[in-house]
Structure formats: C-alpha cells, structure tokens
Design a protein around this ligand. Sequence first.
Ligand code: NOJ
Length: 576
Amino acid sequence: MTESRDWYKQAVFYQIWVRSFADGNGDGIGDLYGVYDKLEYVRSLGANAIWFNPLYPSPNADYGYDISDYCDIHPDYGDLDQFKKVLDKAHSLGMKVVMDLVVNHTSDEHPWFLESRKGRDNPYSDYYIWRDVPNNWKSLFEGDAWEYDSLRGQYYLHLFAKKQPDLNMDNPKVREEVKKILRFWLDLGIDGFREDVINFISKREGLPNGISFLPILGDMIHYKDGPHIHEYMKEFREVCDEYGAVQIGEGPMTTVGNALTYLSGEKKSLDMMFSFDHMTADCLYTEYMHRPFRLVKLKRALSKWQKRLGDRAWNTLYLENHDHPRVISRYGSEHYHRESGTALATAYLFLKGTPFIYQGQEIGMTNIRLSSIDRYVDVSSKNNYEKYHLKDDLKSRLRRIHISSRDSARTPMQWDDTRYAGFSEAKPWFYVNRNYKRINVKLQEEDKDSILNFYRKCIRIRQKSRTLVFGAYREYLPADPNVYVYERELNNIHYLIVVSFAPVKIPMPVPGALKGIPVQRVLTNYPALHKEGETLHLPFDFLHLQPYEAAMFRYRKAASASYDSVDKDSASGRVK
Ligand code: NOJ
C-alpha cells in the first residue's frame, strides 16, 4: 500500500454539483467550461481538493446518480477533453480531483440493463438482480423495491428509484466492470473516488423479507454491510492501491462500529467515510420526519465519531452536500445569517478529519421555498410529498418539502446580483433563490467580514496548524443546550473552540480546567466587539456570548507559557 495518498488528511475539499455551479456555454446548465473558469475561485478558498458529483451521461432521473455510461462525460457538461483540461488545471493549481463512483446501481438506460432485460441467457442477464417473486423490501425513493419488467417477464430490484436498477455485485463479471471503471478514470489521472452508498452493494443470499413493521430500516439488515462486502471492497482497494488513489465511502445509516470495519484494521478498504448521524439533529432517520433542531443531539453525534475514530481512523467533516437542505436554514438562522453561517463554519472546520465544503455553503446559501410541489424536480422530494403525511393539509405538506428537499442544495450558485445571479446568461435549468441580490459571491468578496472571507480565514488557520489537523479532541459542556465547546490539543498546544447556537445573548459557564487561564483569541465572528490576536484571561464564571457568537482561543496549559512555541505549531497547508 502506498502512503502517498495521506495527502487527504491535510486537505480541504470543495464539492461541485456541476449542473448548478457555473454555466460556461450559455445554455442555462452548469458545465465543465464554467468549472474551468472558476477553479481559481475554488483555490482561493484554500481548498486543495475537489469532489465532483457524477459527471457521466445520465437520463437524470436522479440527477447523475443513474448512469448510462461510466466512461464518458454528460454532453450537457462537456466532453472528455474538457474534463481533462479541468483536471490538468486543477492539478496545476495544487488541487486533487475525486470522482463519484456509483456502482450499487446503473440507469435503466445503461446498455447492460437494456441487454439484461432481453432474457435469462444473454451475457448480461445476471448483471442485475431479477426475481420471479419479489420480497417485501421498500425502495428508498419510490415505493416497492421491485419493478416488473414485461420484456424479461421478471421483477428487478431497485433500492432507489425505478430507473436505478441494482447491480448484482455477486457476479464476478460485474466486479470486473467496476475495476475497469476505476482504471479508466485513474489512468486519466484523477486522485480518487467518493463511493456512493457503498455499504449497500452486497445483498444477503436469498434476499429474505425485511421486518415488515420497520419499512426500509427493517430491510437494511439484509443489504447494509452485507455478507461479502469486505471481499468486494478488497478487490476495489487493490486497484486503487496501485495508483495510490483515495477512497471515500458514503455510508448511509452506518454506525461507528460498522464504519471502523472499513476504515481500520486488516480489512481496511476506505480512507474515510461519510456518516449521517450528525445530519439528523432535526429529523429522524429520513428527512421528511422533522423535529425541532437539538444542539445536544448534534454534539453527541459529532463527539461520538470524533472520540471513537480517535487515532484509529479518519473522519470526514461536512454540514452540507447535494443531499441535504442548506445548513443555515436547518441548524442556524436565516435571520442571523452572517452570524450563524460563520458559527456553523467554526463548529465543524476545526474538528479532527477532512472538511468538505459544498458549493454555496461558503456564502451561506439558504433553502428555496417554491410555491408548488410541481416546481420541485428531485425524485425523493416528490416521493416524500406523495407518500407521507397525506392527512396533513396541502400547505403543511409543502412546508415539509421546503424544510427537507434536496432541491434547496441544487439551486444555481449565486455569483453576483445580475440576472440569474451570474450563474448563466440564459434562463437556468432550475430556479434561482430570490435572495441572490443579498447573498452572492461578489458582495461577499468585497466585505472582509463576510461568511466567504470567514471560511477562507478558518481554512488558513486550520492548514497552518498541526494541532488542528492532527490534535486530540475533547468536548466540554456536552449537556449544554446552547453552546458547543471543544478543544484540540497536540504537544501542549491547545485550541478551544466555542460556538453559541442561541439566537439570544447567553452566559456560558467556563469549564473548571480553563477558569482564569491566559489565552489568545485567534478567531471571532464578532469583529466589531473583539480583536483577533488579543490576549485575555478567561473569566472565572461566565463567558458572555452574543447570538451565534463563535470564537477560537489558543493557549498552553502552564500559566507562564509564552506563545513562541505556539507559533511553531505549523503544518505545510499544501497537499503533495
Ligand atoms: C447517494 C447520493 O448522494 C444521492 O444523491 C443519490 O440519490 C443516492 N445515493 C442514490 O444513488
């Protein structure tokens, strides 16, 4: 195994959902020409890696996660030549590139499926999971997990939408196809993969019924972390090892214990995993079942992963991606837009792991509220609307979609205050959020205290510090419902991160061990009130915090310590 891929530990990723990022050829759809022109912007954030959501040809039933050709670029986005230009430019700017690998399922328009449908004895007939009699599993997106195909005269399994038939990973030929895809992109020069629902690819033999009173969750026991998962992952790892490629798994519903089996020990097959525990602080296990946001729930999830992964494995850190509504609208406050946007950044960017920033998060984009369900385009939002809470009135059903839809993450990027927010000169493929005149990159570039410039500052601080990258994690005040307080420490260099999630002023009790010690304030999101660089003594009783105030303090444990050695806490900040 090569060590060269360890670059990911010091990286900060920027995630690009290309369709809504920047339109370079004027057809209203984001593309790789637009991306090419914005790479300097991405680099200017301090990002040194990019994750692209699927760029491949796709009928877009699930916006790219239904792939009809794994080794090409969707014509809406450009072609392989343009991809190569983007890749080379990203590399020359010092950024790695990671592609999405979606092999739990294909599109039903993929040639393999078109062949497989034709009968039971062609070379592709066992590429998918066919049954005469379906079991009781439910799909995550569209009703039953089985769809009857009249051409073949059998049902096929689809854990997601009907247009996303599941591949039969037990078939060695399918695994060979996956390895070919890996090699295709690695030979082009990419640096790794984000692997979609990778913990679902091995299904239990015989496909037994799920627990009937627990739809979806009760089925998962038969396909989450299935019986052959580690054998299959090992095969894929071997290919990635040859290239030193990074592997980041997406693990819906994964527990820390399960994740560790992929991330550490003999079976290690992934470098990092996207977990979901911390994305359920305002909902149950799916997004349409909303509850008021509870900070304690968020803290518990974050601390659990920080502590249990510890030195054994590496975390991913994220608050947004293309599958979740905007985080200011969820865990923060649209009213305290700048304050809560910067507070949320502070809360997660200094944890142990690799931060991922989703396009638009760095300027605090918020949820869109469309006037009717027909205007939404995401298959899961439409399905949730049709299937759940049918007894509620239409207004509250639509409100649930406003709160939960993935479409909120997929509105065009707000670059400036010109028509269509500078995303395109033509009418965009999807609605621009009406607040683009107030929330956009151009305005925030000009404001040194904007959310955008705050992200830049946090990333700079993080990348210069070995403590913030590699140091140990410790939480204070875990039961406090208003503030998140944690510490990072390495070689007696400490950082204390304090973040209020309250929309009012609050007193924060100073934890015993920290009372009265001299600290240096290295970050504040209230620059009119506090000075970065100032030295102060933490009070003996309470620190009084403004609404959504965030701060970071640096200190050593011995009271007489000078800050000289603190300055030696440096990391290169460049990924090699
Ligand atoms: C997870 C992806 O992030 C999501 O966008 C997609 O809908 C499902 N996997 C199915 O591929």
